[in-house]
Design a protein around this ligand. Sequence first.
Ligand code: ZN
Length: 304
Amino acid sequence: MKKYLYITLVLLVVACKQKEKPANHKLQIVTTTTMITDLVKNIGGDKIEVKGLMGAGVDPHLYKASEGDVGKLFNADVIIYNGIHLEGKLEEVFEKMRHQNKKTIAVADAIDKNTLIASEYFASNYDPHIWFDITNWEIITKYLMHQLSALDTKNAAFYKENGEAYLRKLATLKITISEMINPLPVEKRILVTAHDAFNYFGKAFQFNVVGLQGLSTATEAGVKDVQKMAAFIMEKNVNAIFVESSVPKRTVEALQEAVKSKGFQIEIGGTLFSDALGDSGTIEGTYIGMYKHNVKTIISSLQK
Ligand code: ZN
């Protein structure tokens, strides 16, 4: 109730500050995750202004809107977010925005529900880490291309051209990633990470994916989970496990300790970008760079 009042109050304050839009107004877009921010910038280029709420290393499952965020959301022409409960703690704010007739777009709406991975961990009943299937990202690119064109018709041709250029890059990425993964024998394709972000990746490239924390980072792995996972690692002869940039290392380190205490060697194969890209301005700060980094990290550790 307290939160409800707080959001209402902030909305009232920013509503009073709103001004008329000038003729050369650029589409003001607020995005949530760094993956979505990157994609929207690729399509919209300099015809739009994008404010991403989450930066590198930020966990979207736990992210709460600050007062500043609520102001940004309210002043946006459109809010673009992942949906299917990835941004679990922002749902309430999005709902309030829709009540104010704010346009919101959940990119997950572009994906056929029959192709989503079911999950009991989320209120949506689906695993929200949809960006790790490149085909999903292609579908979402097309969807956003059309959505931006409809919202800003004078720049429709520009969005189409940029979107199509980006689709060609994604098609190339798919081939590159397949070529990187192909030499790794299927029995070595076991990906153990801090939380279950990689199920769509696993499905696309035949990896057995196991996360210590389940799908959301909202619950921590217990001692039992760590022991169970240690037994699994030894049984399957896995030689590397991975930390994630947006999840604290401690659970993966606890797992490494548990495995080592049984006299078995296991290395931490490196850091993967799961629910957030790398720092902006770096190669890993883009979706394509992030994907290549992850696969390179995974392959070089698991093929030993
Ligand atoms: Zn996640």
